[in-house]
Structure formats: C-alpha cells, structure tokens
Design a protein around this ligand. Sequence first.
Ligand SMILES: CC(C)(COP(=O)(O)OP(=O)(O)OC[C@H]1O[C@@H](n2cnc3c(N)ncnc32)[C@H](O)[C@@H]1OP(=O)(O)O)[C@@H](O)C(=O)NCCC(=O)NCCS
Length: 380
Amino acid sequence: MSITDVPRGLKGVVVTETEIGDVRGGEGFYHYRQYSAVELAQTRTFEDVWHLMFDGTLPDAAARAEFTARTTALRHLSDDVRDALPAIARSCALSGPLAGLRTALSLLGASAGFRPLYDIDPARRREDALAACAAVPTLLTALHRLGQGLSPVEPRDDLPYAANYLYMLTGEEPDPVRARAVERYLISTVDHGFNASTFTARVITSTGADLAACLVGAVGALSGPLHGGAPSRALDTLDAIGTPDRIDSWIRDSVLAGDRIMGFGHPVYTTEDPRSRMLKAIARDFGGPLVDFAVQVEERVEAILAELKPGRELHINVEFYAGVVMELCGLPREMFTPTFACARVVGWSANVLEQAEDSKIIRPSARYVGPPAPQPVPVV
Ligand SMILES: CC(C)(COP(=O)(O)OP(=O)(O)OC[C@H]1O[C@@H](n2cnc3c(N)ncnc32)[C@H](O)[C@@H]1OP(=O)(O)O)[C@@H](O)C(=O)NCCC(=O)NCCS
C-alpha cells in the first residue's frame, strides 16, 4: 500500500463522491442536491428541504402531505425516552442540552431498536433516520425546559417544524414572522459540504454502526466552538464590546493577543458566507439597536482582520448573524447551537444514508513520530 501525505486538517482533500450537495468557497455559493440552499431557504418549507435531502426530490403536494404527516407523528417520544429525560437534564445541568442530546439520542436509538446500518436495508435505515430527526427538537426543547425547572411541552401536530420547535421551547405559539425567520435559518444550516460533524457521521457510518451512533458522534463534533459552538459566543462578543466607541480597541487587542473573533473566518469560504448574507437581511428586517451595533462590529472586524491578518481572507461566517437572528426571535443563548443541531441532523442523516450504500470502511493513516520502535520493554 502506498502512503500519501495530505494537508493538515485534510483541507481540500476529496474523500468520496456525494449527490447531497457542495460548497463552492471561492464563489460564496452552496447547494443541496441541484438547488441553491439560500434559494430553498427563501422559498421552501423545512419539511420540503428535508424531503429533498432524504429522497432527492422536492415533494409535490401529495408527497408533502404524506411526508409531513409521517414526520409529525414521529415528534412524539416513547415513554422510555420521555421518562429518562429529567435524569439526563439533571446530569447535564452544567454542560447544557447539547451534551444531554448525546445521551438522549443513544437512548432513543437503543429503545427504538436501531440495528447496525450494515445489517438493515435502505428502507429501514430511512425509517430510523426519520425517527431520529423528528425527535431531536422534542428532545432538545424538553432538556432545555427541564434544566430551567419547567415541564416539557408536548409537540403540536398542527404546527410546521419550525413553529412547533419554538412552541415546544416557550409553550407559546410563535408569531409567524419569527417562526419563518427561524425556519429560514434552519433550512440554511441543514447541510454544508464535508464539514467536521458530517465527516464524523460518515466515518462512523462506514463501520456499519447504527444510526444513533453516527448522530451522537456528529453532535459531539458540532459542539466544538470551531464548528457549531460559535453563535452564542459571537453574541457574547457583542456584549463584551458593549458600545461602538470600544469596537476597534476590543477587536485589535483580541486579535493581537492571538484570540479568534467568533463568527469570522471559514475553512472553505474565501468570500462572504452566503448564509450570513441571508441572515443579515433577516436581521435588518427586524431592525433595532442590536442589529445596528452588529453591522458596525462586522464592518470593523472585517477591516481590522484584513489589516492584522493580511492575505488570510477572513470574512464573516454563518455564526455571526445567526446569533443575532436567534436572539431577535427570542431563543435563549443556551439553545443557539442546539437549534443548529435540529437542522443539521437532517443533513447528517442524508449523508449517513448515502454513506451506508458504500461498503468501504474509512480508515486513514498517521505518520508515527515518537521514539523509534521497537525498544526493549523495561523489566520491572
Ligand atoms: C472557522 C475557523 C476554525 C477556520 O479556520 P481555518 O480556515 O482552518 O483557519 P486557520 O486556523 O488556518 O487560521 C488562519 C489564520 O487566520 C487566523 N484566524 C482565523 N480565524 C480567525 C478569527 N476568527 N479571528 C482572528 N483570526 C483568525 C488564524 O489565527 C491564523 O492566523 P496565523 O496564520 O497568523 O496563525 C477559524 O476561522 C475560526 O476559529 N473562526 C472563529 C470560530 C467560528 O466562527 N467558528 C464558526 C465556523 S462556521
């Protein structure tokens, strides 16, 4: 077997073929199947895009009704899982609902009898994936509410995906403008090429493990601040800066101290992130002091990063205005990354279903750089 060195972080390395979507970093464009993801977010429902990701087509009216009825029914948790949530929420009081989701997803898979993907046919895999995706918003909102000392709110079958998510979070039916803003955010984050969590899900899939194992690994990857853990931190940055007169000094001091400004930079985009453009427009429609301040901070961060990190092409990414939009829609900061997970679980699952068709295990190599081996094992 020949050994090939690849760039650190596997940057630019093609590891498989996919029909699910792609990111064209230089153009600031990304797509799901053959459609612009931003256009889908502007014109379609979350359920339509979920259908597209799983089945490869946008649904007609009949398929939409069937898919919606199926996924709505799956929002309700089994007694096994529901009864365990208070204990899970108590144990993740400090680490939050996303950490709790790992445990809850494991339990959901075990209690629903998910079997290794290797052993089941594509139709059964799809059923497992529908069940997991439909349950994630119910699990996350229940964990959040239990953590706040509140009772979980049962899903409502008459509400679409995003409105039901907000309803389960707050116990109140959301106003349509906010529900639609969150729906557009969710659609725009369903998938995004071979990002770290998607790759993680596909690596686990390649072993033939069950769907819950793949999703739990992906949630773990997403939780890191260099991946999905940034939107609340971006908003924390706005709080820490506080007032317009402090923007320049705060950003400069942070960058010169070697810190990263959350919500800027991307491993693939060398232009503005198209998701950020859409979310900024949504934020501007809401308007208000937070949005005005965010726009000022964005302009100064872009300029200061261009000056202090020349040639790095560090531009705004999805997380900056995602935080602003979620704040404006009344989502608590603790739920920013979990909300991202509600959308991305659909993308992970589509990738899992595709990867499961390939029987080759993903198993790269590392270059050993420790002391030369073998050396005699010391005698005790
Ligand atoms: C997203 C991210 C991990 C991409 O990293 P990457 O493309 O691999 O970039 P690198 O880690 O190679 O960094 C390249 C250079 O830009 C700098 N840089 C990257 N992102 C930066 C940021 N947000 N603020 C300040 N400097 C940054 C690095 O310090 C490095 O500088 P150096 O060459 O002087 O050492 C990175 O930009 C980041 O940490 N951003 C902040 C977190 C964030 O917003 N995450 C959400 C991603 S959608």
